[in-house]
Design a protein around this ligand. Structure first.
Ligand code: ZN
Length: 153
């Protein structure tokens, strides 16, 4: 499961729904796997406002990943700033720009880091623990099991 998923998960127990400490679930004994995927700037931009930044930071720290900046990046931080256009008289005729067509957006390092952390870093095996009730949800082969035993539902 992608780390991004943890941004949207709370404990499934009804008694935990109202407790702030049931979010986020805390990964334990997690075995991480990097599954590379294509960076999608539009997608990153869309999820940015919905990210629970400080919680994701905490999860990253719990997993021993490189720490995220204290405040979330802005939408503008996701693309590399276009270098100011040079006057045509100065442009070397021989130079071929590799920046793609006009209007093409180039993902910044920030976007790449975010993509790597949220969408390529996955929990393959381990547990997700509720901070409120302590219930452990098993993650096996990348899939978290949220079925609760009958007495906990
Ligand atoms: Zn719980």
């Amino acid at each position: 499961m992608k780390l991004l998923t943890l941004n949207f998960l709370t404990c499934a127990r009804r008694t935990c729904k109202t407790s702030p400490s049931s979010f986020p679930l805390h990964p334990r004994e997690a075995e991480l796997e990097i599954l590379e995927s294509e960076l999608n700037l539009v997608f990153l931009r869309n999820i940015l406002p919905r990210l629970m930044w400080s919680e994701l930071r905490g999860i990253g720290e719990e997993l021993g990943l490189p720490s995220l900046p204290e405040s979330p990046p802005s939408r503008e931080d996701l693309v590399t700033k276009p270098s100011p256009a040079k006057p045509s008289s100065v442009t070397e005729p021989s130079s071929v720009e590799e920046e793609g067509g006009e209007g093409e957006e180039v993902p910044s390092q920030t976007a790449k880091d975010l993509h790597r952390l949220l969408l390529e870093t996955t929990i393959k095996e381990g547990k997700l623990v509720c901070g409120n009730c302590g219930h452990e949800y098993a993650v096996k082969e990348g899939v978290a099991n949220f079925l609760l035993p009958g007495h906990l539902v």
